[in-house]
Design a protein around this ligand. Structure first.
Ligand code: PBG
Length: 294
C-alpha cells in the first residue's frame, strides 16, 4: 500500500488522483491521505506575508519525514528550490500545458481590455509582465482557489484574472478561458504545469514504483527553470518567469530556456540553448546573464 499525501483543495485532490490512478494502473494499491497546510488554513493574507509558497508544502514534507505518508504530490511551481535532507523528487510526470491564461469578462482578450481595466493577480511575476506591456492595465492583489478567482470576474469585482492553464485543465474548466497567453508576453512560473512526486530518499520500493511515471523531457525542462530561479534567488528578489522546452536542434535535441526578470523599469527577457543532459548549467548561465545586465 502506497500512502499518498495531498492538500485538500480541489486542484490538489485532482492532481493527487492523477498520480494515484497512474500508480493503480501499474498494479499498486494507493490510499489518499488529505493533509492541511498553512496556505490552506489562511486564505486571506498575501502569500509572501505568511511564509512564501513553501506554506503549501511544508506540512506534506513533515508527514513524509515522519513516515505518515509515502509520497506527496505537489504542483512543482509551489515547491521551494532548496532541497530537503532525506527527501527527493522521485518522479516528474509529463507536463500539462505550462502557459498562463486570461479569464476575462465578456470573452475579452488582453488586447481588448480597455485602458484602466483591473486584473486580479497576487503574483508579482504576472503583474510585472502585464504592466510591462504598457496597456494601462492595473493589477490588484487577490488570493483564493481557482473557483474564488474566477468568481471575482463573474461578480464584476475585477475585469479579468490570470491563471495557470494546467490548473483549469485538471479541474475541467478550460471553457472559462478567454485567451491563452503567449510566453512571449507572459512567461509562466518555473515548473508551472508540472507535478512533483516527492518521497523519502531511501525508500527504494517507492522509488521503483515511481520510475515509470517519470518524463525525461519534463524533468530536464523544469530542472533548468528551477536552477535559473535558484541562482536568481541568491542574487535578487525580483519576480521571475521561466520556460524551457526540448527542441530539435541541428545536432539533435537541445534544451531552449527563456527567462524573464521583473525590474523597476520593466521586464528583462533573455533566452539560451544548451544540451538536454545539463539543464543545471543552462539554468545557471541564463540566470547569471540576467543578473549581469541588472
Ligand atoms: N499558485 C497556486 C497554483 N499552484 C499550481 C497552480 C496550477 C497548476 C500548475 O501550475 O501546475 C496554481 C494555480 C494558478 O496559478 O492558477
Amino acid at each position: 500500500m502506497i500512502r499518498l499525501g495531498t492538500r485538500r483543495s480541489k486542484l490538489a485532490t485532482a492532481q493527487a488522483t492523477l498520480v494515484a490512478d497512474a500508480l493503480r494502473d501499474l498494479g499498486h494499491e494507493v490510499e489518499l491521505i488529505p493533509i492541511s497546510t498553512t496556505g490552506d488554513a489562511d486564505k486571506v493574507s498575501p502569500v509572501e506575508q505568511i511564509g512564501g509558497t513553501g506554506i503549501y508544502v511544508s506540512a506534506l514534507r513533515d508527514a513524509l519525514l515522519a513516515g505518515d505518508i509515502d509520497i506527496a504530490v505537489h504542483s512543482l511551481k509551489d515547491l521551494p528550490t532548496a532541497p530537503v535532507d532525506g527527501l527527493v523528487i522521485g518522479a516528474v510526470p509529463v507536463r500539462e500545458d505550462p502557459r498562463d491564461v486570461l479569464v476575462a469578462r465578456d470573452g475579452l482578450t488582453l488586447g481588448e481590455l480597455p485602458h484602466g481595466a483591473v486584473i486580479g493577480t497576487g503574483a508579482p511575476r504576472r503583474s510585472a509582465q502585464i504592466e510591462a506591456l504598457g496597456l494601462g492595465i492595473e493589477c490588484t492583489g487577490i488570493r483564493g482557489n481557482v473557483d474564488t478567482r474566477i468568481g471575482l470576474v463573474t461578480d464584476g469585482k475585477v475585469d479579468a484574472v490570470v491563471l495557470a492553464r494546467a490548473g483549469l485543465a485538471r479541474l475541467g474548466r478550460l471553457a472559462e478561458v478567454t485567451e491563452t497567453l503567449d510566453p512571449i508576453q507572459m512567461l509562466p512560473s518555473p515548473g508551472q504545469g508540472a507535478l512533483a512526486v516527492e518521497c523519502r530518499a531511501d525508500d527504494t520500493d517507492v522509488l521503483t514504483a515511481l520510475a515509470p511515471l517519470e518524463d525525461a523531457a519534463t524533468r530536464a525542462a523544469v530542472t533548468a527553470e528551477r536552477q535559473m530561479l535558484a541562482t536568481l534567488e541568491a542574487g535578487c528578489t525580483a519576480p521571475v518567469g521561466a520556460l524551457a522546452e526540448v527542441v530539435e536542434g541541428e545536432d539533435g535535441p537541445e534544451l531552449w530556456l527563456r527567462g524573464a526578470l521583473g525590474q523597476e523599469d520593466g521586464v528583462r527577457r533573455l533566452s539560451a540553448n544548451g544540451p538536454v543532459d545539463d539543464p543545471v548549467a543552462l539554468g545557471r548561465a541564463l540566470a547569471n546573464e540576467l543578473l549581469e545586465r541588472t
